[in-house]
Design a protein around this ligand. Structure first.
Ligand SMILES: Cc1cc2nc3c(=O)[nH]c(=O)nc-3n(C[C@H](O)[C@H](O)[C@H](O)COP(=O)(O)OP(=O)(O)OC[C@H]3O[C@@H](n4cnc5c(N)ncnc54)[C@H](O)[C@@H]3O)c2cc1C
Length: 470
C-alpha cells in the first residue's frame, strides 16, 4: 500500500487551527459572561455547509437561530454514507488545496484525518480497455494541453475585440483536431480535455462559456495540493452542526417578508422571525419550488435563469478484493461516449478498502439518473470488466447518486454557461431589503461550486446581518 501522508504530519498544528472557530468560541465565551438580552431571531434555510456556517456565526453573536432542513440529514451536497464499514462520499470529496482554505482549519479543530492525493498518479485506458502507455499518454496529454491553450488565446481575442461569446466546444473545434492523430488517439485527447474541463464543471463543453471559462477566477484554487477525507467529508458538517438547533424534515414552501418580519411556511408549521438566510441550491431556485412573497426581484430571477447547474454522477462499487493496480490513485476511461465514467477514484490507497468511485458528468450523468440503479451498476461493471477482464469479481456493495433529480439539490454545482456572467453570482448574493439574505456556493463569484465557497458565503451573510443590525 502507498504510504499515506496526512496533513498534520510535520506541520505545526497551531498554524492550522481555524480562525473561524477561534472567533466563534471567543464570542460565545464573552456572550456567556455578559448575560446579554436575547437578540434577533433568524431562520437559516438549509443545513448544508453555507447554512451551518451562517448559523454558527450568528449564534456566536447571540442571535437566536433555527435551521430548517428539508431532508432527514444535514450536510446537503456534502453527504457521507457507508458502504459496509467504510464511510463513502456521495457528494463533495476533495479539499481543493489546503493553504489558506478555511476548511483546512476546521479539519484541525475537528481532528479530521486528511489524505494527500495526486491526480498525476493515474492510468488511462482506451475504449477497448487497453492501458495507454506512458509515452503515448504524454504525447496526447500535450495535445490536449495545446487545445486548451488555444481556447485561452481565443478567449483573449474575444474579450479584447469584444466579440460575442462562444461555447467551449466551439472553441475546442476552432483549436483544431491535432495533426495526424488516429481515431483512437483523438478519443484519448478528448478524454483528457473532458477530465480537465467537463468533469470540473459537471457540464458538457457545448454549454460552457468561453468568455468565462478563462475568466476572472482562473487559477483561483488554494495552493498546497488537494486532499481526500478517508473518514468522509461529513465530519466537517457534523462538526459545524454541533450545538445548533436544526429542524430536519422541515421543507420550506413559502418565504414571505415584509417590513416587520419574515414568515416561513414549512410542511410542519410556520416560523415568524426577524430575518432569514436562504441557502437553497441554485437548482432549487431554478425549479421555483419555494415561493417568495413578494416574488424575488427581476434581476435576481434573471441571474438564477442564466447561471448553470451541472450534474456530476457517482457509481461507488465495493469489491471483496482489489483486482486493479492498487497504488494507482485515479483511472481514466477514454470511451467514445462523452461524459461516461470519465474519472475513477481508487479509494484503496486512502482507506485500505477495495472501493472504486466512478464519475460521469453533464448529459451522460443526466441519462444515468433516469435509469434504475441496478442497470447503472451493470453498465459500470461492463466497463470495469472491459478494462480488468475476468479478474473483476461482482461488487459486494454499490451506491448510485441522483443529484440532478433530487428535489433538494437539482444538480451538483453551479457553472457559467453561454449568456451568463460572474455578475450573476453577485446578483444571487444580494439581499432583498433588510430581512432576506442569500448564501450558498452559487453566491460566491470567486469560490463558486465548492465547499469552501459555500462556507465563506455563510459567514459573509452572517457578517452582513450583524452589520445591518448595527
Ligand atoms: C457529486 C458532487 C461532488 C462535489 N465535489 C466537490 C469537491 O470535491 N470539492 C468541493 O469543494 N466541492 C464539491 N462539490 C460541491 C459542494 O458539495 C457544494 O458546493 C457545497 O456543498 C454546497 O453547499 P451549500 O450549503 O451551498 O448547498 P447545499 O449543500 O445544497 O445545502 C442546501 C440545503 O438546503 C436544503 N434544502 C433544499 N430545498 C429545501 C427546502 N425547500 N426547504 C428546506 N431545506 C431545503 C438541502 O436539503 C440542503 O441541505 C461537489 C458536489 C457534488 C454534488
Amino acid at each position: 500500500m502507498r504510504r499515506r501522508d496526512f496533513l498534520n504530519t510535520g506541520l505545526h498544528a497551531a498554524a492550522l487551527t481555524s480562525v473561524y472557530s477561534l472567533i466563534w468560541n471567543r464570542r460565545e465565551a464573552a456572550g456567556c459572561s455578559m448575560s446579554t438580552e436575547p437578540e434577533e431571531s433568524v431562520v437559516v434555510i438549509g443545513a448544508g455547509v453555507a447554512g451551518l456556517a451562517a448559523a454558527r456565526d450568528l449564534k456566536s453573536r447571540g442571535y437566536r437561530v433555527i435551521i430548517l432542513e428539508a431532508r432527514n440529514r444535514i450536510g446537503g451536497r456534502v453527504w457521507t454514507t457507508k458502504l459496509g464499514d467504510q464511510p463513502v462520499d456521495l457528494g463533495a470529496q476533495w479539499l481543493e488545496g489546503v493553504k489558506d482554505n478555511p476548511i483546512t482549519g476546521l479539519c484541525a479543530d475537528f481532528e479530521i484525518e486528511l489524505a494527500q492525493t495526486r491526480y498525476k498518479n493515474s492510468a488511462v485506458y482506451d475504449d477497448a480497455g487497453q492501458r495507454v502507455d506512458d509515452r503515448t499518454r504524454r504525447r496526447l496529454s500535450g495535445e490536449a494541453r495545446r487545445r486548451l491553450a488555444e481556447t485561452r488565446k481565443l478567449n483573449r481575442q474575444l474579450v479584447q475585440t469584444d466579440q460575442p461569446d462562444i461555447s467551449m466546444a466551439d472553441a475546442l473545434r476552432k483549436a483544431g483536431p491535432g495533426e495526424g492523430l488516429t481515431e483512437q488517439e483523438q478519443r484519448i485527447v478528448d478524454w483528457a480535455v473532458s477530465w480537465w474541463l467537463e468533469a470540473t464543471e459537471a457540464e458538457d463543453a457545448r454549454r460552457l462559456s468561453l468568455r468565462h471559462y478563462w475568466g476572472e477566477t482562473e487559477g483561483d484554487s488554494f495552493g498546497g495540493g488537494p486532499r481526500l477525507f478517508p473518514g468522509g467529508y461529513g465530519q466537517i458538517t457534523d462538526g459545524l452542526a454541533k450545538g445548533l438547533d436544526i429542524k430536519l424534515e422541515h421543507t420550506v414552501q413559502v418565504i414571505e417578508h415584509n417590513r416587520a418580519e419574515v414568515i416561513v411556511t414549512t410542511n410542519q408549521g410556520v416560523f415568524r422571525v426577524d430575518r432569514a438566510v436562504v441557502t437553497l441550491p441554485l437548482g432549487v431556485l431554478k425549479a421555483a419550488t419555494v415561493k417568495f412573497v413578494p416574488p424575488l426581484p427581476e434581476q435576481k430571477r434573471q441571474a438564477i435563469g442564466r447561471l448553470g447547474m451541472g450534474v456530476a454522477h457517482k457509481v461507488v462499487l465495493r469489491f471483496a478484493e482489489v483486482f486493479w493496480p492498487q497504488d494507482v490513485e485515479y483511472f481514466g476511461y477514454a470511451s467514445g461516449n462523452r461524459g461516461q465514467f470519465v474519472e475513477w477514484v481508487n479509494m484503496y490507497p486512502y482507506t485500505g478498502k477495495p472501493i472504486l468511485s466512478l464519475w460521469s458528468q453533464g448529459d451522460f450523468a443526466r441519462t444515468l439518473e433516469k435509469r434504475p440503479a441496478e442497470i447503472v451498476v451493470k453498465q459500470a461493471m461492463g466497463v470495469v470488466r472491459t478494462i480488468f477482464g475476468a479478474a473483476a469479481g461482482d461488487p459486494v456493495g454499490t451506491l448510485v447518486t441522483r443529484w440532478g433529480s433530487d428535489p433538494f439539490s437539482r444538480g451538483a454545482y453551479s457553472n457559467l454557461p453561454l449568456g451568463s456572467s460572474y455578475d450573476d453570482y453577485d446578483r444571487l448574493a444580494e439581499p432583498v431589503g433588510d430581512r432576506l439574505f442569500f448564501a450558498g456556493e452559487a453566491t460566491d463569484r470567486v469560490h463558486m461550486a465548492t465547499v469552501h465557497g459555500a462556507f465563506l458565503s455563510g459567514v459573509r451573510e452572517a457578517n452582513r446581518i450583524a452589520k445591518m443590525a448595527g
